[in-house]
Write a protein that binds this ligand. Structure first.
Ligand SMILES: [Zn+2]
Length: 328
């Protein structure tokens, strides 16, 4: 059977336990060398009937899930991989209700699965953006509260300088023709925003922002140009439209699919939207759904997220939980 290219094909392909297992093994150990996730020994024997390995290094067994975001979950790989496929390929995101209906788990379980997958999509890049010849936009917006409309947000913040108490400030940095990085910030104060710019953008990059005063002073280290939105939105190369487009995608996803997002979880939705945006198909990069899925799967190794990490509670509120409190 050919590797899946659409959601329907993925569901069929992953429904076979042996096939989904082999697919996951190839993603995790592409060179075919099975390495123990605990002790990194290469000496092991495969117990075919139970689809696990016995490691001669640490004398313990391990499964394909150990050391991944699927660890300790009793859910099958078929369900996990279908959920990963959906979240990385549905442009406007996917809700826990859609996952619940598609793969037959409870909505609570689907909610937890989505958060774990978002964790895997988080990009831990320490490489700075920009550099000679590249153009980087920086902008912020507010998420949450009643005013979802971008222009209302902008009007409010210009008048009051804040986005309202119930909103979270979100900052975006976008390299034109490249990736975005988006983060929740405690405020839009100069110290906060400029620190993020310096953390993420190489000096001397061409930098474009709006006329927010918090950006004053960046011209010392960057080729900083300002577009004053009170006057116009575009002046040749000087604009922040890449981020304006990203904000509208993000707000459509959050407003349309997720209904409401608690500030505590907001960064995970930002990671999810950034992942889809950064690996979208463009003229220069013909990435398809299957490639995007494989990329997401390659990021699951080494990332774990427990119920208490997510909620701050040590116990799941539900009965019938696993040792780590994952609702089933
Ligand atoms: Zn071992």
């Amino acid at each position: 059977m050919k590797s899946p290219e659409t959601l329907q094909q993925a569901i069929v392909y992953f429904s076979d336990p042996e096939r989904v297992f082999q697919y996951a093994v190839r993603l995790r150990w592409p060179d075919g060398k099975i390495i123990c996730p605990r002790c990194e020994s290469e000496k092991n024997s495969f117990v075919k009937t139970r689809r696990l390995w016995f490691c001669y290094g640490c004398q313990k067994q391990f499964t394909i899930k150990v050391g991944t975001i699927f660890e300790d979950s009793a859910l099958g790989l078929d369900k996990w991989m279908t959920a990963v496929w959906m979240i990385c390929n549905c442009k406007n995101g996917v809700s826990s209700y859609e996952i619940h209906r598609a793969i037959g788990v409870t909505q609570k379980t689907a909610w937890f699965m989505l958060h774990r997958i978002r964790k895997a999509l988080q990009e831990g890049s320490f490489v700075k953006m920009g550099g000679s010849g590249s153009e980087v936009e920086v902008d912020e917006t507010f998420i949450g509260g009643k005013a979802r409309n971008m222009h209302v947000d902008k009007r409010e913040r210009r008048i009051t300088g804040t986005g309202g108490k119930d909103k979270s400030a979100v900052m975006g940095i976008a390299e034109r023709g490249g990736k975005v990085r988006v983060m929740v910030v405690p405020s839009r104060k100069k110290g906060v925003l400029q620190q993020e710019v310096r953390n993420h953008v190489s000096a001397e990059t061409a930098l474009f922002t709006d006329a927010l005063q918090s950006y004053d002073g960046l011209a010392q280290d960057y080729a900083h140009q300002v577009i004053d939105h009170a006057e116009k939105y575009v002046d040749g190369r000087v604009h922040t439209n890449t981020l304006e487009n990203f904000w509208s995608l993000l707000k459509r996803s959050i407003g349309g699919t997720y209904v409401s997002v608690e500030p505590f979880h907001l960064h995970r939705y930002l990671d999810e939207q950034s992942f889809r945006y950064n690996y979208r198909a463009t003229d220069a990069n013909q990435i398809n759904d299957a490639a995007r899925f494989n990329l997401a799967m390659s990021q699951i190794v080494g990332k774990r997220l427990t119920y208490s990490d997510l909620t701050g509670k040590s116990e799941s509120p539900h009965h019938g939980t696993t040792r780590t409190g994952i609702p089933l």
